[in-house]
Design a protein around this ligand. Sequence first.
Ligand code: NAP
Length: 299
Amino acid sequence: MDLNTKVELNNGVKMPIFGLGVWNTDNATAAKSVYAAIKHGYKMIDTAKQYGNEAGVGRGIKQALDDGLIKREDLFVTSKVCNSDQGYDLALAKFRGTLKRLQLDYLDLYLIHWPVDGRYLETWRALVELQKQGLVRAIGVSNFDVQRLSVILQNSDVVPAVNQIEFNPQMQEKDMLAYAAKHNIHIEGWSPLGHGKAMSDPTIALVAAKHNVTPAQAILRFDVQSGVITIPKTVREQRMVENADIWNFELDATDMAAIKSIDKEERSLWYESFGWYGTDTDYGMHTQKWPDSAADYDD
Ligand SMILES: NC(=O)c1ccc[n+]([C@@H]2O[C@H](COP(=O)([O-])OP(=O)(O)OC[C@H]3O[C@@H](n4cnc5c(N)ncnc54)[C@H](OP(=O)(O)O)[C@@H]3O)[C@@H](O)[C@H]2O)c1
């Protein structure tokens, strides 16, 4: 495995197993991070309209393409429908803004960011249409539990290629992994480092010391060896290099079992308490605002 390693999604599209996340990053920093990551060999970028930085990500990608660091067909770009854009017509219309901000003419993967109850089935129909039109190569969901994912499977001929959910040593989502494997859905793990917190676990320290790697490297290796598509976020170039340098060692069965045993089934962040699923709670309905993004979200 290395930065070029890909998994084959259920529609035949190949997706890198490792990439860069850019949540909580303003546009200017996102542009720099994306450019630096591509320079260091990253092939996949994960953003979302909700992060308020698609425009910055787009600028980073454009600069990397213009400078000849990578070809568009070798780059894999993911974005997500934000909650306020859910529903068939709105999701179709607002997708144009995402493409425009990213300065792309197609996306590699487009996800429903959160399963807004009462709307996600219609949103899924819109994603199926976008895929049919050739505007997105693969479609999937994010933050879906087994119950909501099974509603999609029962109501659509198109099975989501990916479910992007929290996955790290403290939140290993065993039930979802088993369900996804059964239905040929790939799991993409967000907050692979537990938003920074998983790195201080003593078991991680032991495994890291055994292989002479950093705690972050031990965790990320565990994630990819678990078959999970992995997208650590960092804005620091040195950490980008560190995080992507996980291909020259392998965790053995004892290491994997040790890390599996520290699963606390504990989310690193908020979840239901923030009411992301509801149409009447508006926390999840807005994009993050950055000082340099005001003009970017008037679509
Ligand atoms: N679908 C969803 O709902 C959802 C939710 C959350 C996240 N995501 C996606 O998943 C990506 C990753 O998740 P995340 O951003 O929550 O957390 P994460 O990748 O688990 O952790 C990021 C944190 O760890 C730090 N860090 C990164 N590499 C490090 C290293 N080698 N050593 C020490 N610290 C390090 C980063 O700080 P610095 O930047 O300062 O280095 C940052 O504070 C997001 O950016 C986003 O693309 C999706």
